[in-house]
Design a protein around this ligand. Structure first.
Ligand code: ACO
Length: 311
């Protein structure tokens, strides 16, 4: 019966055995993975946009080449994750449709604007830093294709984080104006980066079940704490100030206490009312529509090859 299958499934998960695409799995496990993995894929693809904004204005040829490589990596992560999600029985067209119609979520962080070059540094340092913290845990996810995809993605994210930190270091040690730009970028990106980890554990409807299935290995708050503790010394080294008056080392907990996230802002951005939500979606829809002739041509060519093979 389904009940027996589900018990066997949970035992397998508890025994740390990976679930593979052709294995039996509860439908809710499948749907949860489709939800999380497709949101993750969308985030990678939409995440190319804020940084793409600075490609034509990177301050040197070297910076431009590095940024271009990084943005291409993000595109690769997206494609990788879409493929991994397809193993669960949803088509790429369906996933695109969900993104383009505004039905699917993607990470709140990519709905903020990149106003100066220092934002490219702050994104690499903070946004990719937060992404790695979350994704290291996902390398041990119970679903094989997702866990394996994360290994390669984490290696690349770690390069992204370093390139961002190096930009911040250059600017923090530069002219007074450059320092100010670096501080301003930190001020604007700090809180949205903390929001990337999702709602507090007490407010996270998906967490309990996802932890039981070992899709998630650590809770939203645990990962957020890890990120804060890792990032505070990095900010100190840059001699920049994290914009949180409540941020203080707690000797008892051996961790930093920090201020309350503006959850009203978080909810607004997730609902589609952030500063750039409409612009980001429009850019994706336009790119998809603009690329239709390429897909059509590729299909026509593939069909022609197929016919030739029959002859
Ligand atoms: N932005 C947008 N939506 C969010 C965010 C966020 N920062 N955080 C949580 N949500 C959504 C969840 O997707 C969920 O939506 P749904 O139930 O309608 O699908 C809802 O808010 C409730 O949150 P949780 O119950 O905590 O959901 P979940 O267990 O899925 O945890 C998390 C959220 C931590 C983001 C998880 O989905 C995850 O680890 N995803 C994979 C990592 C990822 O997507 N990273 C993207 C950014 S990194 C990058 O692209 C470089």
């Amino acid at each position: 019966t389904d009940e027996e299958l589900e018990i066997a499934f949970q035992n397998k998960v508890d025994a740390e055995q990976r679930i593979e695409p052709k294995d039996w799995m509860p439908d809710r496990y499948r749907q949860t993975l489709i939800r999380q993995m497709s949101q993750h894929a969308h985030s990678e693809i939409v995440g190319m946009l804020p940084e793409g904004n600075w490609l034509t204005r990177a301050p040197s040829l070297k910076r431009k080449a590095v940024l271009m490589a990084k943005i291409q990596d993000e595109g690769g992560h997206g494609l990788y994750l879409y493929s991994a999600t397809e193993t669960l029985g949803i088509s790429r067209d369906e996933m695109y449709e969900q993104l383009h119609s505004g039905k699917a979520k993607y990470s709140s962080i990519f709905n903020y604007p990149t106003l100066t070059w220092a934002d490219v540094g702050a994104i690499g340092w903070l946004v990719d830093g937060a992404a790695i913290t979350n994704q290291i845990a996902l390398c041990r996810c119970s679903y094989g294709p997702y866990a394996r995809a994360m290994v390669k993605i984490c290696k690349e994210e770690s390069f992204h984080q370093r390139q961002g930190y190096e930009i911040m270091m250059t600017m923090a040690q530069g002219t007074a104006e450059q320092r100010e730009m670096a501080q301003d970028a930190l001020n604007r990106w700090w809180w949205p980066s903390l929001m990337m980890f999702g709602p507090n554990d007490t407010n996270s409807p998906q967490s309990a079940q996802s932890m039981k299935w070992k899709i998630k290995r650590q809770s939203n708050d645990e990962l957020r704490q890890k990120f804060v503790d890792a990032t505070v010394p990095q900010a100190k080294f840059l001699n920049l100030r994290i914009p949180d008056d409540d941020l203080v080392w707690n000797e008892e907990r051996k961790a930093h206490d920090f201020g309350e996230i503006d959850w009203v802002e978080f909810k607004n951005v997730v609902k589609g009312n952030g500063l750039c939500n409409r612009e980001r979606l429009k850019a994706r829809v336009d790119a998809h529509d603009g690329g239709k002739w390429v897909r059509d041509a590729a299909l026509a060519y593939a069909n022609k090859q197929k016919l030739r093979a029959v002859d």
